[in-house]
Design a protein around this ligand. Structure first.
Ligand code: HPA
Length: 291
């Protein structure tokens, strides 16, 4: 007789068990949606819950209604899956995500996204709130992520590779899809939305950065946050196309008081939410047919 591993970590460590968790999670999504899974997924970052509100004919279910989805504990991250249409296309929205600073294993944090990829998602639009390291950037700016640095030193692809999902050694020379970036820039110009572009560095958090850390990070990145990179890694591993957009909620380099607060981050996220929604809705509307 075999015994079931007792803890989640043990389950995550066992490739056969991890595969089972993913397949059960994907099956629970399919069962709940009761229809074809939309090919487009938007992960709404801190303060960007407005995107979920902009979905037409929306239905939703909290994460605890899906098998093995960890539930987010942070204020401002509702933790629900929303589905409906945006720009006339079927979409899924993850409103709220589990962050690594909550103490969760990176493989558990990315399990919902991996399940959605397994269920049929092909394009992933990742968004986040981020602090500006680039001196040109101001709160309220939108930044197209063109590259990233994984300063969390956790990789969701560690452990035995799940060959049915993707390759052992995924290429990362273009982590954010060039065509999607070009389309987004084009649409931003058409809509008169100023769009920055730059490198995102993911820190572990939950602390904001010290002055010394800001001094170091600004040598190689334009904005810093606490998410997005693990999700980009599993999405690219699974062969999905990824677009990343940061909402600059605060600046870390120009201030004299040098204080960053969660309230400030959430408030700026909300203030720029409408612009973010317009941009992303137009991108979704103009995605190629097979995406
Ligand atoms: N640092 C890290 N993460 C963040 C910040 C910041 O300044 N602002 C929003 N998310």
């Amino acid at each position: 007789m075999t015994t079931q591993p007792a803890t989640t970590t043990e389950l995550l460590d066992d490739p056969a068990e991890y595969k089972r968790l993913l397949e059960e999670a994907a099956a629970s999504v399919k069962a709940r949606l009761g229809r074809d899974i939309p090919k487009v997924l938007v992960v709404a970052g801190s303060g960007l819950g407005a995107f979920a509100e902009s979905v037409l004919d929306a239905q939703s279910a909290s994460y605890d209604q899906f098998k093995h989805f960890p539930v987010s504990t942070v204020v401002g991250h509702a933790g629900k899956l929303v589905w409906g249409t945006v720009g006339g296309k079927p979409v899924l929205v993850m409103s709220g995500r589990k962050h690594l600073y909550e103490g969760v294993d990176v493989r558990e944090a990315t399990l919902p996204l991996r399940a959605l990829l397994l269920a049929g998602v092909k394009t992933v639009i990742l968004s986040n709130a981020a602090g500006a390291l680039n001196r040109q950037f101001r709160p309220g700016d939108l930044m197209l992520i063109d590259d990233h640095i994984n300063n969390q030193y956790r990789n969701p692809l560690m452990g035995a590779n799940l060959d049915f999902l993707g390759p052992r050694f995924p290429d990362m020379s273009a982590p954010y899809d060039r065509d999607l970036m070009a389309l987004t820039r084009e649409i931003a110009v058409e809509l008169g939305i100023a769009l920055r572009q730059g490198t995102y560095v993911a820190n572990m958090g939950p602390t904001y950065e010290t002055q010394a850390e800001v001094g170091m990070l600004r040598q190689f990145a334009d904005a810093v946050g606490m998410s997005t990179v693990p999700e980009q890694l599993v999405a690219t591993h699974a062969g999905a196309k990824v677009l990343g957009i940061s909402v600059i909620t605060n600046t870390l380099v120009l201030r004299t008081d040098a204080v960053t607060t969660h309230d400030e981050v959430m408030e700026t996220g909300r203030a720029v939410g409408e612009t973010f929604c317009r941009l992303v809705a137009a991108v979704i509307q103009r995605l190629p047919e097979d995406r």
